[in-house]
Design a binder for this molecule. Structure first.
Ligand code: NAP
Length: 285
């Protein structure tokens, strides 16, 4: 059915020109018959975030996605924060209900749905997370929600990793290590899943990878890199050569987008259209 109602959406960030969200959402809106739904990149400098949020209300945007560097700071300008976003401390989706702005974090749902699609059951698993930034926080919370038995964080900055582990201490059994330490290498030997949340290996630095000896992982451990550009990072390529199952970040990206679309419209997007659009645009980069 065609809908001629006008609704505006966008992605707030700086820089934001590289984002694939405009193409992905526009394709999904078009496929659903929302011919007057617009989605634009909104380049917003850190010091102007408050004005940008006011403009969302004034211009009656229905919703915005939020990316670097605003994911943590935008919360203070919103009227309500959903439970997941509150625990994670980051918002990646804002919905405007008649001037009332609510912040959500759809990365958790995206991550958990991607694991489910890959037939990986996080319940009772030992998960090893590489990195201690924003994405690691969302993933850590997702694993705690699913009652992972043990979560190991390995990072270059032990202080930051320890602080992250401490934040989630009451939610699950979480421990942090310097990823070059012998203790961390020992933890790798019992991992059911290794998740890279660092940007090491992301385009254009495709020859980089986290300093992890994958051979220490048990047979059958899933090696998951949440990077989606390139589709196969050096980490995943190495894991594949060693015979481990692998998963890249495209499904998480798509499934967090599905969740945001559902929050915006109350409907489920055409996932084939969204996936095809993302793949086409990634291939052009
Ligand atoms: P972030 O908050 O900046 O965190 C990045 C983490 O990686 C930090 O722990 C950082 O350590 C570490 N790191 C960065 N550069 C490093 C290097 N050269 N060597 C070792 N460690 C390094 O970023 P984020 O938002 O979590 O995003 C991280 C990655 O996940 C990006 O590649 C992003 O595209 C991807 N991502 C994918 C999805 C998806 O849907 N697939 C969603 C979110 C994010 P320090 O604290 O020491 O700097």
């Amino acid at each position: 059915m065609i809908s001629t109602e006008i609704k505006n959406f966008g992605i707030l960030g700086y820089p934001v020109g590289h984002s694939l969200s405009p193409q992905m959402y526009k394709a999904a809106f078009e496929a659903a018959g929302f011919v007057n739904y617009n989605y634009i990149p909104l380049q917003v400098h850190a010091g102007k975030l408050f004005m940008a949020v006011e403009a969302i209300k004034g211009l009656e945007f229905r919703g915005v996605n939020v990316t670097i560097p605003h994911k943590m700071t935008i919360a203070r300008y919103l009227d309500a924060i959903d439970a997941d976003a509150l625990v994670i401390g980051a918002v990646n989706t804002v919905v405007n209900d008649g001037g009332m702005l609510t912040g959500y974090n759809t990365d958790v749902a995206g991550f958990l749905s991607a694991l489910a699609e890959a037939n990986f059951l996080p319940e009772d698993c030992h998960a090893v997370i590489l990195g201690a930034g924003g994405a690691a926080r969302a993933i850590l919370w997702g694993l705690c929600k699913k009652r992972a038995e043990f979560i190991t964080i390995g990072a270059r900055n032990l202080q930051k990793a320890n602080a992250l582990a401490k934040d989630f201490m009451t939610q699950g059994q979480v421990e942090a290590f310097d990823w070059n330490s012998d203790e961390f290498k020992e933890m790798l030997q019992t991992a059911d899943i290794l998740i890279n949340t660092t940007p090491l290996g992301m385009f254009p630095h495709v020859d980089d990878m986290p300093p992890v000896d994958l051979k220490l992982l048990p047979e059958g451990a899933l090696v998951y890199d949440i990077i989606y550009n390139p589709a196969e990072t050096k980490l995943l390529q190495t894991a594949k050569e060693l015979g481990y199952p692998t998963l890249n970040g495209l499904s998480m990206l798509l499934l967090q987008g599905k969740e945001a679309y559902r929050l915006y419209t109350g409907e489920t997007p055409d996932m084939e259209v969204m996936a095809a659009t993302l793949k086409k645009n990634l291939a052009m980069k």
